[in-house]
Design a protein around this ligand. Structure first.
Ligand SMILES: [Zn+2]
Length: 254
């Protein structure tokens, strides 16, 4: 097999239709990062692809391209995980969108990252089997781990601005200055970070996202955690996933 063929694990992010019954599928692959691949005849009733190319599906693929510049074509597809319950539950569906959107928007094309690939595929598999009410805990764990995989892991012990030790002191977050901040560095626009949030962030760093199913917390803690994550996204990417808005209409944090 020559290099024009690529065998890889892949996650379907989304797809667009083109021409007579064809699809271009946006994939996050283990080997090549984000790539687009055409699936000829994917929308025909008797297509060999069937429902295998639906979003959130985890696949093993054989891709072909003529040369490095040309679009991949899907030659063969084997489903590793259908994650079918995600498409049957609206809360799970919006959580899954919130899991994949940062990869779609904030990760560069063709940049392979095995840690990120494993994080997203694990999160989708876990979401598929979890109680939908635990989904937002899974998402919060995922967001913290995603930021850390991409190199933006906050040190909760030291003020990000002046470096002061935050042990036993009040902690703040700020859109412009970041997180965490000490009492002297906070401004009028900074918000308080509660103890439960700091504990959660530190716990997530050493825990597997599988633990999401065991998490319980008060609404105001979850709301504070989501605010910190929002600030971290804004500070890092200057944007937050749009899917969070749809999700917040379904899941109340309070
Ligand atoms: Zn400070």
């Amino acid at each position: 097999m020559n290099s024009r063929f690529v065998k890889t694990e892949a996650i379907v992010l989304n797809s667009v239709q083109f021409g007579e019954g064809h699809k271009i599928v946006n994939l996050f692959t283990e080997d090549r990062g984000k790539v687009e691949a055409s699936a000829f005849g994917a929308r025909k009733t008797k297509s060999r692809f069937g429902s295998k190319l639906e979003p959130f599906t985890i696949l093993h693929l054989l891709l072909y391209h003529k040369n490095e510049e040309s679009l991949f074509t899907i030659k063969d597809v084997e489903v590793r995980s259908h994650n079918i319950s995600i498409r049957g539950d609206l809360t799970k569906y919006f959580i899954a969108n919130s899991l994949i959107e940062p990869v779609i928007r904030f990760v560069a094309k063709y940049q392979s990252d095995i840690k990120l690939f494993n994080l997203l595929s694990d999160a989708l598999r876990i979401l598929d089997g979890i109680d939908p009410r635990k989904g937002v805990y899974l998402l919060s764990m995922y967001d913290i781990k995603l930021l850390s995989v991409l190199g933006y892991s906050p040190n909760t012990c030291l003020c990000t601005k002046c470096g002061r030790d935050l042990k036993g002191t009040a902690v703040y977050m700020d859109l412009y200055l970041g997180f965490p901040l000490c009492d002297s560095c906070k401004t009028g626009s900074s918000a308080s970070v509660i103890d439960g949030t700091l504990k959660f962030i530190n716990w997530v760093k050493d825990s597997s996202i599988k633990e999401a199913k065991k998490v319980t917390m008060k609404g105001h803690t979850l709301s504070n955690i989501r605010s910190v994550i929002e600030q971290l996204y804004l500070h890092t990417f200057h944007a937050t996933p749009k899917s969070w808005k749809q999700l917040s209409e379904f899941v109340s944090y309070e």
